[in-house]
Design a protein around this ligand. Sequence first.
Ligand code: ADP
Ligand code: MG
Length: 229
Amino acid sequence: MTDGTDRNRSLKVVGLGKEYPTPAAPLVVLKDVSLEMSPGDTLAIVGPSGSGKSTLLNILGTLDHPSAGTVRFGEIDPFSLQESGLARFRSEHVGFIFQDHHLLPQCTALENVLLPRIALEGKAGDAVGRAKELLRLVGIDQRETHFPSELSGGERQRVAVARAMMNAPGLLLCDEPTGNLDAVNAKAIGELLASVAGTIRAILIVVTHSPILAATFSKQMEMREGLLV
Ligand code: ADP
Ligand code: MG
């Protein structure tokens, strides 16, 4: 857990726009996206392929820069930071979960969960103890020493959830996290995400094609023609 109060872990997005230059006219992907969320809020974003869902998540996670508008996380305007400050911001405050687990194949489940802590060198605390506790929380503490190739798809995604929580981020961003899972595992991962976000009082945003998964979260919005409606 972090020492932050709820106030300095809330998210405020105003008038966000994103366009990509093309030889003809600029390609407008996000037009005017505004969003406010508090710690513990959970949001599902649905919408057709190509509507800008991943673009929005990548900007919120500061992997990409907006063309217009502002993002504030508590008192921080991440896009005012230099590259090194931005990397630190991401390590401290953002957890990502993708459709593909993106686990390192040569590392065990426990080592994969420990990885984000390397980026935060100097952070006090028992990292191994926390990683083990997180694996217990996601229900696979019996698989600590397994490599990703020795885990099922659902188990790999559980490791990815534990890894995303390692630095107790205020913002958990999930891009089609159950896209590769069967219905039973998809439901379990959805419920796990909602429950862990509550446990660490993170803001949770999940992009999904599944109406069933979307219904797991407290709020649902649709990305349509560059707007979040
Ligand atoms: P979604 O996740 O909703 O399927 P994306 O956010 O991935 O959609 O993409 C939205 C649109 O932006 C698509 O039309 C895609 O081709 C375009 N796009 C994404 N990344 C780039 C890029 N780096 N350069 C140009 N166009 C891009
Ligand atoms: Mg996408």
